[in-house]
Design a protein around this ligand. Sequence first.
Ligand SMILES: Cc1cc2nc3c(=O)[nH]c(=O)nc-3n(C[C@H](O)[C@H](O)[C@H](O)COP(=O)(O)O)c2cc1C
Length: 399
Amino acid sequence: MKLKGKKILLGVTGGIAAYKSPSIVSLLKKQGAEVKVVMTEGATQFVTPLTFQTMSANAVHCDMFKAMDHMDVEHIALAKWADMIVIAPATENTIAKFAYGIADNLLSTVLQASRSKVMVVPAMNTFMLESPANRQNMATLKERGVIVTDTQRDLLACNDVGSGKMLEPAEIVDLIDFHLREKDLAEYIVTVTAGPTQEAVDPVRYLTNHSSGKMGYHLATAAAKRGAKVNLISGPTALSAPAYVNFVPVVTTQDMFDAVGAYFDETDVLIKAAAPADFKPASYSAQKVKKDSDMSSLQLVKNPDIAKHFGAKKTDQVLVGFAAESQNEIAFGRGKLEKKHLDMIVINNITAANAGFQKDVNTVTILHADGAVDEPGTMSKEELAEHILDQTLEILKAR
Ligand SMILES: Cc1cc2nc3c(=O)[nH]c(=O)nc-3n(C[C@H](O)[C@H](O)[C@H](O)COP(=O)(O)O)c2cc1C
């Protein structure tokens, strides 16, 4: 419920992408937002107000001069109500009106009357998007502090291939979340390691583990949304690089060690959510080892211990570690916290039902260097990321 209590006014204009706007309402509601919808007359040619009324559970506003059913002047009341106004899709026509201060329908009038944050999500044919007038109008809006999003490049409804396709509803909701978040980590640089590493045996085979990277990616995304400058150092995962972060892909534990070293001095908070391989093959075969060769054992050597090395080097940084244990997890966790000079360690018991690798939820115990023990219960990895960052912020503030 990332948007709980937030009031979003969605402006829908007359572009073909309006058929996707009900999904934006649905996703916003799922995140706890209250949504009201204003449609231009053009938009009602593509989707009916009834659809938005049903999805938003609120009356839909289309007409500025409709008889008032209460004593508020509608365009002023709506402008004051919203925490954020999102126009999706935004036509070239509505963008131009907004830039020039034309207020000739309910939506364009609300825009002129509003002091809230406004996000414009353009959707149009490539030539319209790139027309000199539209480029200038979008630049004018950006200069005034309006958030104007990118578009996607794809096959468009008009059969042209190019830019102009509206961002997907999930991306739009993610951007709304990003822009509405309190930036309580704005002063800090957070470096997160995530995912497994891979240690090659030969050009075909490698050693790795079951880490999915989900926990680290949620931490990086949440820290960036809360205003931190984030470096995400990630081993190979199936996840896409999150927006808003400096993404540093690595393969081996040595690569991860080197990357952490490159960012360590600028870092205020180092969160080691990765599961780097502790061992690597003692030698690498440049040729594929054949099936019928005599390879009955694999000699391993130790990889550098990233947590221990940087724990010893730490000055005033906050270090957060993770432990994945299958038994005696609290005792192992406390030992690791002390040995590696961590401020906090998040312990997963990987054998528990709702915990550990690959899952979307986690059940953890968090131990603090001052002896405090926190058991937040089972929660999604997304919620857990926020919880860990809340506790990290407390440690930062106490310094
Ligand atoms: C089938 C169809 C699709 C359209 N798609 C778009 C579009 O994607 N983007 C756009 O800027 N205009 C599009 N238009 C043109 C707008 O509907 C037109 O400029 C209208 O005046 C916009 O009014 P509004 O901004 O008040 O909604 C489309 C028109 C039609 C007939």
